[in-house]
Design a protein around this ligand. Sequence first.
Ligand code: ATP
Ligand code: MG
Length: 337
Amino acid sequence: MTQSKYIKEIAKYGLENDQDRLLHALNELIDHSKKTRKTNFALQLQSLLKDSIRQQSSTGLAIHGSKKHISQEEDREINEFILEKLTSDYSFDNLVCTDNIKEELDYFVQEHRRIEILQEFNLPVSNKLLFHGPSGCGKTLAAYVLAGELNKLMIVINLGAIVSSKLGETSKNLSKIFKRAATEDCIIFLDEFDSLGKVRDFSQDHGEMKRVVNTILQLFDYLPQDNIIIAATNHADMIDTALMRRFDLQVNLELPDETHIKEIINKTLSNGIFEFDNKRNLSKIIKACQGLSYYTIQKSLITTIKRSLLSITADQKSKKPKIDTTLWISLIEKEQA
Ligand SMILES: Nc1ncnc2c1ncn2[C@@H]1O[C@H](COP(=O)(O)OP(=O)(O)OP(=O)(O)O)[C@@H](O)[C@H]1O
Ligand SMILES: [Mg+2]
């Protein structure tokens, strides 16, 4: 059936107030949209549907302090701690990393794509993943890649806000968020996971850090298998060892070596619009980039391209734009300084 036929059915059953058929048609449209790779649309519909089901189940009686009111209040509180809810179009193709890491991440994705097989044999599903490593080496990007590969909604949690908002309430807030997230088929992304460590520094109450770690351990243990937690940090050493052990997979995303420097350069230029003014400078550039992050290398290349373009005169305009490699080297040297 085509999309417009589903929409006609939905309109018809909606107008006829036929809830059962309406839900059936809506679910079919969601499946159809997933199959035809309209993932964002499918996820939006799915989340509308879930919201409405949740609301319906709490609109029984119009009494003061009704469940509906309470759940809305809670939502507002929870939304403070959610940075964003997003869907992603990223795939493994966007991430530069070692073959070993790619393989590990691919297995992780496979476990979720074919979760029924593991469940059939009562095998545990890996669903807790930690990315660590220096800034600008792809921790956040890798989380987006997994969300894209698995077509799952990703909820990005503002851990900094949870920890610093009301000390003493960190564990309560964490539980609320996890419980809420467990109602959606989603990835919970805890960026800057090390900010949990700040509880120890800020709190006057020495038991608070222990409580927070215990809450997280419990929440991890009760997480439904098809929900995924991804945490990211550039200070793995600041994370409690009991917590570290609970992750099924820990992935260290490191600074790029020569091969990966070449790869990020090629990816950045993959549209084929620009070329280097002097290819012989390339090996010098690759050497100069050592020790810099993917982000810094990409940023310096893009700055070079912009400045090279701006210096093109009207009579040179018809040619393929050239990247000024001498300028790029000088920008890299500044970054290294
Ligand atoms: N491994 C990588 N492969 C491809 N692009 C990368 C990689 N790492 C970083 N980038 C580029 O740099 C940008 C920033 O990277 P990202 O936000 O993932 O870094 P991060 O490790 O999360 O850093 P931070 O610790 O500062 O949060 C990405 O959006 C991407 O354009
Ligand atoms: Mg990040």
